[in-house]
Design a protein around this ligand. Structure first.
Ligand code: CA
Length: 532
């Protein structure tokens, strides 16, 4: 969990398939993201009586290597608990010392000796599956996994977004709950000081940032305010693009797939954003400041507004309250874009591009799918989300509530849970109330506002590419992406004027094969639609 996975992730297709930031983890370990709704009523706290997978203790092997700190350990307490309930003991085969999960995955495949259970990224899993390494799961689910079957029937998008390009399902995905991830934050105490209300339109937002710059809201007599800032070097400017009525990434309009930064409308966004930058409304170092932007600019009492993750941004209200008198950093609704529409581009992708599947060589396929199914029972889901009853949480009014020592522990809650084998990105569904319990109230209020008002624009679905399509993408996209980023930076920083050069930009992208990429996305989207 370094900074935004979206841009730092190695997998090209992960980058492509991932709406910026939406599918990505928060930068800080303590604050992934959170939601507002309390957990649904949970089943009784007693262990599932019918969850035994095997009469005798059955040992299955598993490859699970998900980054540096999430490698399967045989002594994970959560999996020992699961063993009591299912009679299945897992033995991890991935080397814990390795750091590159995709490399380890490929080495495991190349060894020819596959474990019963294989965990990995959608891209790698489906590629391995098409090569015959993984078992198709549809029949096994139909016959032996009633809980998974029910889940996939009521959440068709989860299957549609996970199947390989042959239309078959080869892995059970990790699914999140709660769309809210990022939103717009502003210094309420500065607004109050200047006698202004939270802006409601893009023009008012401009005026607000202008006032932050001109009217010395931090009261030190210096023109040192940085009205708008962001900590994601590669995406911070793009996050402003929706203000001008453009969806910057892959999206669908009336069945037609398009890419925002290849549209005529993107020009107007660039013209305006470069004007904002020139007028010092945007951090001069927005392309380079990086992960510490909030700490530095809020901590120095010069930062005024940003677009960032709900939970982690709210924590500055606690950490800075003694340092900056009256400091109040709150969530505001998205302002109406230049067309008068209020919407939020960035949200959390509920379907993650990873999960676990069954090796085609496994002798225990039925037992494995039954074991997978256990994690979709209320008891299994609770175990993976909250850990062990009486240790990490207690049941109160039918709901799992973390113990105070967990909520106030030295380590962040999610880190504590990873350490015992909970919240691993295996095939299961995250429970939103796991996050809500340790999220700052200011963030929870903002999250609730965004969810209740249905601000989120529909995300581009998790499509699958054929090997041929993937080859074309990997040949053409990196250069296209680099060019798009270079031109954006040139325009914003004033190295080149937008207006006279925009047509040249579109023409260059066409020459680089952008239309081929759009066509590939269109085809992949149409395949997806057949399953959705
Ligand atoms: Ca000042």
């Amino acid at each position: 969990m370094v900074t935004m996975k979206k841009v730092s992730g190695a997998a090209l297709a992960t980058i492509l398939a991932c709406v910026p930031l939406a599918a990505c983890s928060d930068g800080s370990a303590k604050n992934t993201t959170a939601g507002s709704e309390q957990g649904k009523g949970q089943a009784s706290q007693s262990a599932a009586s019918g969850s035994k997978v095997s009469d005798k203790l059955l040992e299955l092997s598993i490859h699970f290597h998900d980054g540096d700190n999430k490698v399967f350990k045989d002594d994970f307490p959560v999996f020992k608990k699961a063993q009591e309930m299912t009679n299945v003991k897992l033995h991890g085969t991935a080397p814990p010392s390795a750091t590159n999960s995709r490399e380890v995955f490929n080495m495991m495949l190349a060894s020819g000796k596959l474990p019963d259970i294989v965990g990995g990224l959608k891209l790698d899993m489906n590629k391995a599956a098409l090569d015959g390494a993984l078992e198709p799961l549809d029949d096994l689910i139909e016959k032996h996994a009633p809980n998974i079957k029910k889940f996939l029937q009521t959440n068709k998008w989860a299957k549609a977004g996970s199947v390989a390009s042959d239309g078959k399902l080869y892995f059970i995905p990790y699914i999140m709950e709660g769309e809210a991830s990022e939103g717009w934050y502003i210094r309420q105490d500065w607004l109050d000081k200047l006698g202004m209300k939270a802006p409601k339109t893009v023009d008012e937002y401009y005026q607000t940032l202008k006032a932050f710059r001109e009217k010395d809201p931090n009261g030190n007599g210096k023109k040192d305010e940085v009205p708008y800032f962001g900590r994601n070097n590669k995406e911070a400017i793009t996050q402003l693009v929706p203000l001008f009525g453009v969806r910057p990434e892959w999206h669908v309009i009336n069945g037609k797939v398009q890419y925002g930064k290849y549209l005529p409308e993107y020009k107007d966004a660039m013209v305006n954003i470069s004007k904002w930058y020139k007028e010092d409304l945007i951090d001069k170092e927005i392309y380079t400041r990086g992960a510490k932007a909030r700490e530095v600019l809020l901590g120095d009492n010069v930062g005024g507004a940003t677009h960032d993750w709900f939970p982690s941004s709210a924590t500055y209200n606690d950490t800075l309250k003694d340092k900056i008198q009256g400091f109040k950093f709150v969530v505001m609704a998205p302002v109406a874009d230049k067309n008068g529409k209020v919407w939020q581009e960035y949200s959390r992708m509920l379907l993650r591009d990873k999960g676990w599947g069954i090796a085609s060589t496994s002798k225990n396929k039925v037992e494995v799918i039954k074991y997978f199914d256990f994690w979709f029972t209320p008891e299994g889901r609770r175990l993976m989300n909250f850990g062990i009853e009486g240790v990490q949480y207690d049941m109160k009014d039918g709901k799992p509530i973390f113990k105070p020592e967990v909520l106030n522990g030295k380590e962040p809650v999610n880190k504590q849970l990873w350490d015992i084998g909970a919240q691993l990105d295996i095939g299961y569904q995250m429970d939103l109330s796991y996050e809500t319990q340790w999220t700052n109230p200011i963030a929870n209020t903002g999250i609730k506002m965004y969810i209740d008002n249905k601000y989120f624009a529909p995300q581009f679905p998790s499509v699958s590419f054929t090997p041929k399509e993937e080859k074309t993408i990997s040949e053409k996209w990196p250069a296209i992406d680099t060019y798009i980023r270079e031109m954006q930076q040139k325009w914003v920083m004033g190295a080149e004027a937008v207006e006279p050069n925009y047509d040249k930009y579109l023409k260059r992208l066409k020459e680089m094969g952008m239309d081929d990429i759009v066509k590939i996305y269109q085809d992949a989207y149409e395949r997806y639609q057949k399953n959705a």
